[in-house]
Design a protein around this ligand. Sequence first.
Ligand code: 4NP
Length: 151
Amino acid sequence: MKRILMVCLGNICRSPLAEGILKSKVDCKNVLVDSAGTASYHVGELPDKRSIEVARKYGIDITDQRSRQFTVVDFDNFDIIYAMDKSNFNNIIGKSRNNDDVKKVKLILNELDNCDDKNVPDPYYGGSQGFESVYKMLDEACNKIANKINN
Ligand code: 4NP
């Protein structure tokens, strides 16, 4: 069983989309996908309406998800931890206990061919167009991740 955790700041916009998109591309009997936020502001909440909408537009239901905060135990429970941006990455690394923990943490867009430490932009304060472009970036990255897992 491969275990993958998607992490953003609030766990209501980007990482719930990443979780839903990757789940749609892998066999959930063999792959565990979850998401979390580095902050606690939205713990227990549904994903943002705009994330729910854009996921629904592409046939993915993410309304079973509830926000939770990343904890140090996640280093034990997951094999790969994908951060949506460099700030999330640094916050996760700040909680690491050893080099094994550090090695698990990656920037999700570095899965794309031209990996040059790009961020998935935080769409929270923008309009629905931001969610559409976040969806497309995550869809591309999740295609790469799913190909690696499935082959
Ligand atoms: P996310 O977006 O990290 O992609 O879930 C955000 C959600 C909430 C806030 C910031 C970013 N906030 O400041 O409440």
